[in-house]
Ligand binder design. Sequence first.
Ligand code: ATP
Length: 272
Amino acid sequence: MLLEASNITKVFKGRRGAAPVYAVKDISVTATPGTFVAIVGESGSGKSTLARILLDLISPSEGDVTLDGKTIRGMSGAEHTGYRRKVQAVLQDPAGSLNPRKRVGEAIGEVIRLHRMARGRQEIRQKAVEVLDLVGMTPPEAFMDRYPHELSGGQRQRVLIARALSLNPRVIVADEAVSALDASVKAGVLAIMADLKERLGVGYVFITHDLPVVKKVADYVYVMKDGEIVEHNTKTEIFTQPTHPYTQTLLAAAPSLERATARRSEERKKHS
Ligand SMILES: Nc1ncnc2c1ncn2[C@@H]1O[C@H](COP(=O)(O)OP(=O)(O)OP(=O)(O)O)[C@@H](O)[C@H]1O
């Protein structure tokens, strides 16, 4: 399977007579199952806009997204549904993405039922247990009846990954999916994602401003700045021989960013 965004431009109307905003400009990205692709860039560089386009939530102004050569805009209703199953989202803010009134088992079960991934209460429950197990929430039965507020941030993020997995996706688009988590929890969720890549062949388009995370898990990296991709290469090349000045600046700033993040996390712990 090959997911391709080709020459994508997205223009938003300027607010109250302001000039139009070119959120992404003529960018091309590819993703495949079993590969961890990272899109890195600072705030406002267009990463989330690209994520929303890949997830078929908004349409590009120019360019096309294709899955195995078939463009999204040419897809029938049934093909769209298939696309949205194969390309799943795991977004930031796990608290906001889960309905506070639904238990974990229900939240996952309703997605399974809606997409007819299993039939009947027993089979649906079994599938939900299976995906919770896959994300390391063990024993899964202990989590099925919990509400989101009874889970930690890392556990909520795992539930979101489990819910996405219940649809057997080939690629998961993860937008700042671990950014809000403390370092050790973040490492745990990333380890699960890497494990799913190895065991199930899931691919990722992993959107982040967090270079240490990219260094840890990515296979291939796209660097975005002001709506453009300024450089893309294998992770090793990006980290050892960055060619674009912007990538070099990002890398030079990374160690201090890492220290600042660790400091913030320490301070949060002290105050909590
Ligand atoms: N619906 C919209 N209408 C107008 N402008 C928008 C809209 N969505 C995004 N933009 C603008 O497009 C640009 C890129 O935004 P985007 O959210 O994609 O960047 P980002 O790299 O994901 O940033 P962040 O990490 O802060 O979310 C920004 O200038 C933003 O203000």
